[in-house]
Design a protein around this ligand. Structure first.
Ligand code: MTE
Length: 310
């Protein structure tokens, strides 16, 4: 993966939100500069700032791009960074089907041709008990869904990752870690929520392959496994779609998977989280209900038993 070294260092230095906001102006400018050595796509990513930010240090790019879960490239945290370069991400298109007025195959850039890309700094909480703070660049899923016109009967949105064993080494061989494709789903009202983002970049540049290039879902109030990577299909449906980790172990990984410090995983507590790159002193923080986004999203689940619907 090629990346401008200077920018990388800038991010690891960032410790305060105010600092980061200033640097974001710089990044927005930097992204427009011509860069050498196969960076044509990166130089094409232009975006605006947004009101969405977290009052916490941003995770260093080095950590966010080398400590990954992407089983299509292996189950080790270091394997996606090692092997995801093999994935061809351009051209890329997404099939939209099911209960929509405008089904079809949409080219990646076409998906956000009518909306601006924006940067949003979100917390990412993995069900395994670690967390990061990541500046994503993307567009609101609701903008795209409105364009394809969900039918009134549609209640859920299903997502599917690419299956391409030639390039995804975790999909080859006799024993595979998961059933492919990796699939995920949201209720339609969750998908339409303004916080739900389709990311095409992070840290001001095009997504590294290991982070789900070229298109990846980000739902900041849910555990990270809902953030499905390298999406090739979006289906509107009236029935709750199957989801990969729920298929693996339904009693451990629910459909909703809203971040909740009060609902333990059967094998570990979810009350606290290890902050990746936080150092020894600031290494754990208390996990927040809905990952800190309760004010925005709690109403989606009013009247629902969060212990049962985990
Ligand atoms: N998407 C696909 N297709 N395959 C995966 O293995 N892992 C999930 C999610 N999306 C995964 C995926 C999990 S468990 C997490 S925590 C996040 O991606 C990790 O995202 P990151 O590597 O960018 O931190």
């Amino acid at each position: 993966m090629s990346r401008a070294k200077g920018l990388k260092l800038k991010y690891s230095e960032i410790t305060a939100k105010a600092d980061y906001l200033n640097r974001r102006k710089f990044m927005a400018g930097a992204a427009a500069l011509p860069l050498s050595g196969g960076m044509a796509m990166a130089s094409g990513l232009s975006f605006s700032e947004s009101e969405y930010a977290v009052d916490a240090p941003t995770t260093a790019f080095e950590h966010a791009s080398t400590y990954n879960n992407f089983y299509e490239f292996g189950v080790g945290k270091d394997e996606p960074a090692k092997y995801a370069d093999a994935l061809t991400t351009s051209p890329w298109s997404v099939v939209v089907d099911g209960m929509v007025g405008k089904p079809g195959t949409y080219g990646l850039e076409d998906m956000y041709s009518e909306t601006d890309l924006e940067e949003r700094i979100y917390r990412l909480r993995c069900v395994e008990g670690w967390s990061m703070v990541i500046p994503w660049v993307g567009f609101q899923l609701s903008d795209f869904l409105a364009r394809v016109e969900p039918e009134p009967e549609a209640k859920y949105v299903a997502f599917e990752t690419l299956v391409r064993p030639e390039e995804m080494r975790g999909q080859r061989g006799l024993f595979q870690s998961l059933d492919w494709p990796y699939v995920e789903g949201l209720r339609l009202d969750e998908a339409m929520h303004p916080l739900t983002l389709m990311a095409v970049g992070m840290y001001g540049e095009v997504l590294p392959n290991q982070n789900g290039a070229p298109l990846r879902l980000v739902v900041p109030w849910k555990y990270g496994f809902k953030s499905i990577k390298s999406i090739v299909r979006i289906t509107l449906t009236d029935t709750r779609p199957p989801t990969t980790w729920n298929l693996q172990a339904a009693q451990e990984y629910g459909f909703y998977s809203n971040v909740n410090p009060n609902v333990d995983h059967p094998r570990w507590s979810q009350a606290t989280e290890r902050v990746i790159g936080g150092g020894v002193l600031a290494s754990r923080r208390d996990t927040e209900l809905f990952n800190g986004y309760a004010e925005e999203v709690a109403s989606l689940y009013s009247g629902m038993d969060l212990q049962k619907n985990f």
